[in-house]
Design a protein around this ligand. Sequence first.
Ligand code: ZN
Length: 110
Amino acid sequence: MHELSITRSVVDICMENAGGRRVCSVTIEIGALSGVAPESIRFCFDACTKGTPLENALLLIEQVAASGRCRQCNSEFPVKTCYDPCPGCGGVGMDLITGDELRVKGLTVA
Ligand SMILES: [Zn+2]
């Protein structure tokens, strides 16, 4: 399962950063277009943290809205999919600026 391995790597990153201390809370950022369902991460988190310093830690998920930049006119606009046309010029080529994030933003340790 995709989300399970993602959650495992999130837990690994947190354990490295915590250096053996007990983790109280973890904040992760999930982009709207990352393809990762926050509720699945939440579901896997309990299983992945059992017996680790992260057990019972509070999981805070921040969802990041997607935005892109048009390759033709360089304007920035909110996007719902990677294939949205530019609202300014109608161009179809754009680069994602935000929305594909999946990262540990921060954690608090005891
Ligand atoms: Zn454009």
